[in-house]
Design a protein around this ligand. Structure first.
Ligand SMILES: NC(=O)c1ccc[n+]([C@@H]2O[C@H](COP(=O)([O-])OP(=O)(O)OC[C@H]3O[C@@H](n4cnc5c(N)ncnc54)[C@H](O)[C@@H]3O)[C@@H](O)[C@H]2O)c1
Length: 264
């Protein structure tokens, strides 16, 4: 018996990091999973590992995402879960963001989640109900300097989650996970620059004493999709080892990126 026996899920951003770990953990718990990512080869690789399906799709393209989710719904025999997780970040002073970089970050992190909800929610309702989880960030609850479009988009994901929870209750539960500093492709460049000292600083700032692993988030997504979370909806659950108890999450991020770019 798995926690997700009978779950048929799609995971966006499933080719790497938190998304890939979630595809694996969902499968371990009995779910059947379709991997969606703009990195088609990466999605195929994860799908092969979990005996799932792969779709090369950019979440900013609603028509393509809707078609992939529709196909997965048919082939899996009735979708009842989605993890809207694809996302990208950047860091620079607010007034230096080129207009198209603002648009890109908001479109992937926020509009991409809206696209996932719009495509999946009616299908999950038609299939009798289920669970939706989206990835926000501690940057949306405790923003750091340098993260303007990312922080704004992630805060909006929490609001969108609450709205969707109200609209689809009681048939579908809708929640978000807000990761802290997690070791993935998104953060490796910064964490591995030993000269910058970001990894030891993040460890020191984190009461639980380490940088997070993708599985730390994947396990919570599994929980939120499972019957154990049957009375939880509309929540934005922070998973950061206690880091934001001290203040903003990736505090000092802008200084680190400026240093990386040789601007200080
Ligand atoms: N790593 C962290 O510390 C951290 C902290 C808070 C929130 N997050 C969020 O977690 C989520 C997953 O990030 P990760 O850390 O696993 O990073 P990652 O780079 O390892 O994985 C992100 C995946 O999303 C895919 N992706 C990006 N843009 C896409 C698009 N437009 N369409 C389809 N797929 C796209 C990438 O190809 C990649 O496979 C993101 O939403 C990120 O903002 C990460």
């Amino acid at each position: 018996m798995g926690l997700l026996d009978g779950t048929r899920a799609v995971v966006t951003g499933g080719a790497s990091g938190i998304g890939a770990a979630t595809c694996r953990r969902m499968t371990d718990e009995g779910a059947r999973v379709a991997v969606i990512d703009r990195d088609g080869a990466g999605a195929e690789k994860v799908a092969a590992e979990i005996d799932g399906m792969a779709y090369e799709v950019d979440v900013t393209d609603f028509a393509a995402l809707d078609a992939a989710i529709g196909d997965a719904d048919t082939k899996l025999g009735g979708l009842n879960a989605i993890f809207n997780n694809a996302g990208v970040g950047n860091a620079m002073p607010l007034h230096e963001y080129p207009l198209d970089e603002w648009d890109r970050i908001v479109r992937i992190n926020l509009t991409g989640v809206f696209h996932g909800l719009k495509a999946a929610a009616p299908r999950i309702v038609a299939n009798g109900g289920g669970a939706i989880v989206s990835t926000s960030s501690i940057s949306g609850t405790r923003p750091a300097a340098g993260e303007a479009p990312y922080a704004a988009a992630k805060a909006a994901v929490a609001a969108l989650t609450a709205t969707a929870a109200l609209e689809y209750a009681p048939t579908v539960r809708v929640n978000a996970v807000a990761p802290g500093m997690i070791d993935t492709a998104l953060t490796t460049l910064m964490l591995e620059q030993t000269g910058l000292g970001l990894r030891p600083r993040m460890i020191t700032k984190t009461p639980l004493g380490r940088v997070g692993a993708p599985e730390d988030i994947a396990d919570v997504v599994v929980f939120l999709c499972s019957p154990l979370a049957r009375f939880i909806t509309g929540q934005n659950l922070v998973i950061d080892g206690g880091m934001t108890l001290h203040g903003s999450g990736v505090d000092g991020l802008l200084d680190v990126v400026q240093e990386l770019l040789g601007r200080r």
